[in-house]
Design a protein around this ligand. Structure first.
Ligand code: NAD
Ligand code: UDP
Length: 319
C-alpha cells in the first residue's frame, strides 16, 4: 500500500485530497495545526485503518514514522482575510514549512507536490496567464506575505529538484470552490452565499469589473492527482478558464439563491488582481486534464452544502 502525507489535511482542499487518496487505496497521513482548518472535514476518516492524523505545525520540524512514497504540501492560510490576519504564520508555512517538508521528502526518498497558486502572477499584465509568465507582485503590499511565500516555495522546491535530484511537482491552483470551504473565510463564494443566507446585501469590492475563473473542487483534485503521478516537474496551472466579472457573479448568486438581495459596493482591497484566467494548455497536453464541472452545477452543490449547515455556523465569528 502506497503511503502519502497530506499537510493542510483538515482544510478545504486537503480534506478532499485525503478522500481521493483513501479512495485510490493509499495509506493517508493527514497533518494540520487547525489554524484555519476544521477536524469536521476529516472526522469521517478517523475510523479507517489506513488514515492517521497528526496535529502539528509544519513550520516546526516535521517527521513521521516509517516510509513515505508521496507528500502533498497544502498547509497554508489561503483566503486573503486569513493571511492578512496571520501574515507571519503565512510566510513561515510557505518558507520554513516547505523547507521542512522538502527535507522530509529527501530523507524518505518521497515525491513531493507543493500547492502553489495563481497569486504568484500577482496583478497580471499577461492574460490569460501561462506558466511562462513571471508575474507582477508587490513584494511589500499586504498580499505580498502570501504571494512571496508561494514564490519562495516554488524556488526552494526547484532548488531541491536540481541540487538534490528530488522528485518534485508544482501545481499553480486558480480559485477553487466547493463544499467544506469555511462559510466565513472571506473568499468571495462563501462570502456571497453567507450574505444571501443571512439576508444581507452582497458586498462587491471595487466596481466589480475585476475577473476570476472558478474551478470546482472535484476537477481541481483530479488535476492534482494526475500531476502527482505524471513525470512532469515544471509548474502546471490547474483551474477553470471560464472567466466572469465579480459584478456578474454577484448577480448569478442572487439568481441561484432565489433571494432579492441588493448588491452594494465597497472599496477594492489593495493589490486585488484585476483579471485572472488560467491558460490550461499544459494541463491538457501533459495530463490530458480539463475541467468537467460547469459553474452552474458546481455552485448548486456548493450552495446546497452551505444551506445544510447548522444555522449558528452562519453567525460564527472568525478566530
Ligand atoms: P484552507 O484554509 O481551507 O486549508 C489550509 C489548511 O492548512 C488548514 O486546515 C490550516 O489549518 C492548515 N495550516 C495552515 N498553516 C499550517 C501550519 N503551519 N501547519 C499545519 N497546518 C497548517 O485553504 P485551502 O483553500 O484548502 O488551501 C489549501 C492550499 O491550497 C493552500 O496551500 C493554498 O495556498 C492553496 N491554494 C488554494 C486555492 C483555492 O482556491 N482554494 C488557490 C490557490 C492555492
Ligand atoms: N470579493 C468581493 N466581495 C467579497 C469578497 C471578495 O467583491 O465579499 C472580490 C475580491 O475583491 C476579489 C474577488 O472577489 O476581486 C475574489 O476574491 P477572493 O477573496 O475569493 O480570492 P482572490 O482571488 O482575490 O484571492
Amino acid at each position: 500500500m502506497k503511503k502519502i502525507l497530506i499537510t493542510g489535511a483538515a482544510g478545504f482542499l486537503g480534506s478532499h485530497l485525503c478522500d481521493r487518496f483513501i479512495k485510490e487505496g493509499y495509506h493517508v497521513i493527514g497533518m494540520d495545526n487547525l489554524i484555519t482548518g476544521d477536524l469536521k472535514n476529516i472526522e469521517h476518516l478517523f475510523k479507517l485503518k489506513n488514515f492517521e492524523f497528526y496535529h502539528h505545525d509544519v513550520s516546526k520540524f516535521v517527521n513521521v514514522p516509517g516510509e513515505l512514497d508521496y507528500i502533498l504540501h497544502f498547509a497554508s492560510p489561503a483566503s486573503p482575510i486569513d493571511y492578512l490576519k496571520i501574515p507571519i504564520q503565512t510566510l513561515k508555512v510557505g518558507a520554513l514549512g516547505t523547507h521542512n517538508l522538502l527535507g522530509l521528502a529527501k530523507s524518505k526518498k518521497a515525491r513531493i507536490l507543493i500547492a502553489s497558486t495563481s497569486e504568484i502572477y500577482g496583478d497580471p499584465l499577461v492574460h490569460p496567464q501561462t506558466e511562462e509568465y513571471y508575474g507582477n507582485v508587490n513584494t511589500i503590499g499586504p498580499r505580498g506575505v502570501y504571494d512571496e511565500a508561494k514564490r519562495f516555495m516554488e524556488s526552494i522546491t526547484m532548488a531541491y529538484n536540481r541540487f538534490h535530484g528530488l522528485e518534485t511537482r508544482i501545481v499553480r491552483i486558480f480559485n477553487t470552490y466547493g463544499p467544506r470551504m469555511r462559510l466565513n473565510d472571506g473568499r468571495v463564494i462563501p462570502a456571497f452565499i453567507g450574505q444571501a443566507l443571512r439576508g444581507e446585501d452582497l458586498t462587491v469590492f471595487g466596481d466589480g469589473s475585476q475577473t476570476r475563473s472558478f474551478c470546482y473542487v472535484d476537477d481541481q483534485v483530479e488535476g492534482i492527482y494526475r500531476l502527482l503521478l505524471s513525470d512532469y516537474d515544471m509548474p502546471v496551472n490547474i483551474g477553470n478558464p471560464h472567466e466572469i466579472t465579480i459584478r456578474d457573479f454577484a448577480e448569478e448568486i442572487v439568481k441561484l439563491t432565489g433571494t432579492d438581495q441588493k448588491v452594494i459596493y465597497k472599496p477594492l482591497p489593495k493589490d486585488d488582481p484585476m483579471q485572472r484566467q488560467p491558460d490550461i494548455t499544459k494541463a491538457k497536453e501533459i495530463l490530458g486534464w480539463e475541467p468537467k464541472v460547469s459553474r452552474e452545477e458546481g455552485m448548486k452543490v456548493t450552495y446546497d452544502y452551505f444551506k445544510s449547515l447548522p444555522e449558528d455556523e452562519l453567525y460564527k465569528k472568525e478566530h
